[in-house]
Design a protein around this ligand. Sequence first.
Ligand code: ATP
Ligand code: MG
Ligand code: MG
Ligand code: MG
Length: 469
Amino acid sequence: MSGNELREAYLQFFSEKKGHLRLPSFSLIPQDDPTLLLIGAGMAPLKPFFTGKMKPPRTRVTTSQRCVRTGDIENVGRTARHQTFFEMLGNFSFGDYFKGEAIPWAWEFLTEVIELPKDKLWVTVYPDDTEAIEIWKSQPGFPQDHIVKMEDNFWEIGPGPCGPDSEIYIDLGEERGCGSPTCAVGCDCDRYLEIWNLVFTQYDRQEDGSYKNLAHKNIDTGCGLERLASVVQNKKTNFETDLLYPIIEYAAKVAGVEYGKDEKTDISLKVIADHARSMAVMIMDGILPSNEGRGYVLRRILRRAIRHGRMLGIKGKFLEGAVDAVVEIYRDASDFGELIAKHDYIKKVISIEEDRFAATLNQGMELLDAEIKSLKADGKDELPGEVGFRLYDTFGFPWELTEEILHENGLDLDKEGFDKAMDEQRERARSARAENQRVAVPDLSGIDVSKLKVDPEAKEAKVVAIWKD
Ligand code: ATP
Ligand code: MG
Ligand code: MG
Ligand code: MG
């Protein structure tokens, strides 16, 4: 089963067999939610339906939500299961069905539709959730001792709707484990792979910390498409599935390296594959590289990918070709029509950013390498904040990138010093009344993007004109 078929199987199962309304993925840019930079879960754009602020179009909804989690950026390539960009399949109930349906349907989908082996599946539950335990145990063929009680299985953020959750794992075999005698479900190694999280929102946490029963109980589930694909396609990592591997193949070819021979090389290939998908989809959703907010996340991801290209020995520009590979992956996927429509535009934006960073990357790396050598020679373990700031300001190194390179060398960045240098520069800029060149995120909805022009000379990648017919 291809990744695209898997997405389709899930959405069809919940819409055609279980009465859910199938909605397209929401944008990565949250609407009316200033607390959030980027959508990182299927339930995030549906929050108003959960809180009752808005009436849902139907009480049962299913989506494949595009997600970005920058919090997982350093895991990319190091674990088998984390990307910054992934799709979260989900089925949701707004005061409609509850545990008695959510659990059997998850079991049915996994064991009957995609036919995962029942004896390899495990679940975790909240210790007090006897209701969920009983329901799990009554599923056909459920391995009775594959339930683990975990205190962590409770989902809440401050006062408001919250409740226990239950996670589904698959045992990929002892040979994939860390070998520790305590290795079990929940271990961070690759043996037990978390594939699906079912959240049972049944309480309303009060300001005083007590819990009341919710009048309308909700269901929120999240299942990683790439993880599911790795299981169904029998691949060791998400990166070897058809949702990512074509990008690895492309990058390996450009770099003249082979995948699967050397760990460090593989990490760089995986980073490029993941980051290429992230940047393409972020730009598709209207984000442009900049020095703040979402634009900065995009810039950081882009520049990180470029650096990993250099680490592989790629001398020239290579990201546009990676975007072509991304577009091919999603050509027949639902919800990615805009990716095809904005293909050229996305490449233009990336090409400008790649030119800009390529011009300074080598010089910056030389400076940083020299600093690292001298720190080591002096027995010091921290790069002064001003040097980190110079790398940022003159050479375009996102500070996180500098910090990461330092970490690879067992060193740290003086972040306080960096912030101070940054503040001082801001102050200078303010007093000089320098124009703060911010790039607004353009609203591209309803615009024919094939007609967008990007100014290649611009300091920031900014849309300058919309062609008129
Ligand atoms: P993990 O413990 O493996 O980091 P999680 O508990 O943080 O996962 P959830 O927040 O429960 O993940 O998200 C629901 C599902 O989304 C997960 O069960 C997984 O299938 C998928 N998922 C979460 N984070 C990622 C990621 N970074 N890359 C790919 N899939 C992910
Ligand atoms: Mg996580
Ligand atoms: Mg987890
Ligand atoms: Mg989880």
